[in-house]
Design a protein around this ligand. Structure first.
Ligand SMILES: Cc1cc2nc3c(=O)[nH]c(=O)nc-3n(C[C@H](O)[C@H](O)[C@H](O)COP(=O)(O)O)c2cc1C
Length: 182
């Protein structure tokens, strides 16, 4: 089974990237799981070109194909201006219709500096994924107060309970995908 973890921002120094790597490592611990980390900082200027939609460059196609290879996608969604980052929507707009999301299992982890823990960002993004007929894993994880949540030396969440919830989230999402397949 292939799990793609999406880091939903291209921001240099984003905490979402650290969280995405930790989430990927939780999936890597599980049996028979192959993972890929698709980072929005991999999107080059070609994604902004007006022809990107109808005439994608090989670079765009290569990134889109990595997404399409997923049996399940775990989105790390940072909250930017009360929603999810524009770069993530740009990427979604480059996915083919309907196979980009159609019946694809998706899970969502919100991350925000503020006390609302990325709830708005995740719910806005879920509207898009739901509109495109994704299978939405209902157990979401929300992390607030982001700048105090990480052990920067270890490159992971500092709170044991949150680490455990991230682990449970990965395990639960894989069980969900298996149940859908059967
Ligand atoms: C452009 C921008 C807008 C942001 N807007 C919000 C916001 O509306 N609410 C909030 O709680 N945090 C906001 N933040 C802080 C991020 O949620 C915070 O940096 C968090 O760690 C997730 O983003 P990151 O992965 O870029 O670090 C914003 C950050 C940026 C860069």
């Amino acid at each position: 089974m292939k799990i793609v973890v999406v880091c939903g921002t291209n921001r240099d120094g984003a905490l979402s990237r650290m969280l995405a790597k930790q989430a990927q490592s939780e999936f890597d611990k599980l049996d028979d799981i192959d993972t890929d980390l698709l980072d929005m900082n991999e999107l080059g200027a070609e994604f902004l070109g007006p022809k990107a939609y109808k005439e994608p460059t090989p670079e765009i196609t290569a990134i889109v194909d990595r997404f399409l290879a997923a049996d399940g996608v775990c989105f790390i969604v940072p909250e930017y201006n009360g929603s999810y980052p524009g770069i993530l929507k740009l990427f979604v707009d480059m996915l083919p219709f309907p196979e980009g999301f159609d019946s694809r299992p998706c899970s969502f982890i919100g991350l925000a500096a503020g006390q609302f823990q990325g709830l708005r960002a995740v719910e806005h993004f879920q509207q898009v994924a739901g509109y495109r007929n994704a299978h939405i894993y209902p157990r979401r994880l929300f992390i607030g107060n982001s700048f105090k949540q990480f052990d920067f030396e270890k490159g992971k969440l500092s709170d044991d309970e949150l680490c455990q919830r991230l682990s449970q989230n990965a395990n639960g999402f894989v069980q969900y995908i298996k149940a859908l397949k059967s």
